[in-house]
Design a protein around this ligand. Structure first.
Ligand SMILES: N[C@@H](CCC(=O)N[C@@H](CS)C(=O)NCC(=O)O)C(=O)O
Length: 226
């Protein structure tokens, strides 16, 4: 892994990436590994999740998505976001995240704990241990956000892809987090498949298929930064 990384990037970039990876490992450890990958659940229509990576409440919903193994369409809503934030206000009446819409049951809901309970009840799996710890749950999620220095909280400018991207990677995977943070900050809509294995991105707009967090982050920057 190391020699491949160093061959593809400058030494500075490699060190910077390793810093990101180390802090992302800490974030996963602070959640006691919540958000494990699961076998893909049987889902009719795809639920839509409005959220942002830096939000400690959204993490609780994402962990349940992963544990339930349900593929969701993520519409990232970082602070300052212009693409999907207005939709949430229109649909639910307020700018509060996470927000879930499930066309299979006609449910629309705010509140991370309700979303987490709903997902595992509807699609299988169980809420992870950390989500049963009351206030510790939220504090731990806030510390995870701090460990990542609020990555995936604020919008960065990007070009909107015509079709949603497709991303494979579980919530608890530190490498997948690095990709989701970038997708989120860039407000790039994606079909999230929270499965086992190294992160992988398919882009139906360009036909590209990219594996590995660092390669995907570079691809997103090169393809969708203005
Ligand atoms: N009780 C809610 C709280 C959700 C919440 O406060 N989310 C924050 C983000 S972490 C939010 O929506 N802030 C408004 C904004 O970002 O504009 C839950 O558990 O889902």
């Amino acid at each position: 892994m190391w020699h491949k990384l160093i061959r593809q990037t400058s030494i500075g970039d490699a060190i910077f990436y390793l810093f990101h990876l180390a802090t992302s490992v800490i974030a996963s450890a602070l959640r006691f590994g919540a958000g494990a990958p699961a076998a893909p659940a049987n889902v009719g229509a795809t639920p839509v999740l409005y959220e942002f990576e830096g939000c400690p409440f959204c993490r609780i919903a994402r962990e349940a998505v992963s544990e339930a193994g349900v593929a969701v369409l993520v519409r990232p809503c970082p602070k300052g976001g212009k693409r999907f934030r207005p939709e949430v206000v229109e649909l639910g009446g307020k700018a509060q995240f996470p927000y879930l819409i499930d066309p299979n049951t006609d449910k629309k809901m705010y509140e991370s704990a309700d979303i987490a309970r709903y997902l595992v009840k509807t699609y299988g799996g169980a809420r992870p241990f950390i989500q049963w710890t009351g206030p510790v749950n939220l504090v731990s999620s806030q510390f995870a956000m701090l460990a990542r220095l609020l990555a995936g909280t604020f919008r960065i400018r990007s070009r909107a892809p015509e079709k949603p991207l497709e991303f494979f990677g579980a919530e608890r995977d530190p490498r997948a987090r690095l990709v989701k943070e970038r997708l989120c900050a860039m407000e790039i809509e994606y079909l999230w498949r929270p499965v086992r294995g190294a992160p992988r991105l398919n882009d139906p707009n360009t036909g590209a298929s990219v594996a590995g967090a660092e390669g995907i982050r570079r691809y997103l920057k090169e393809t969708y930064r203005p």
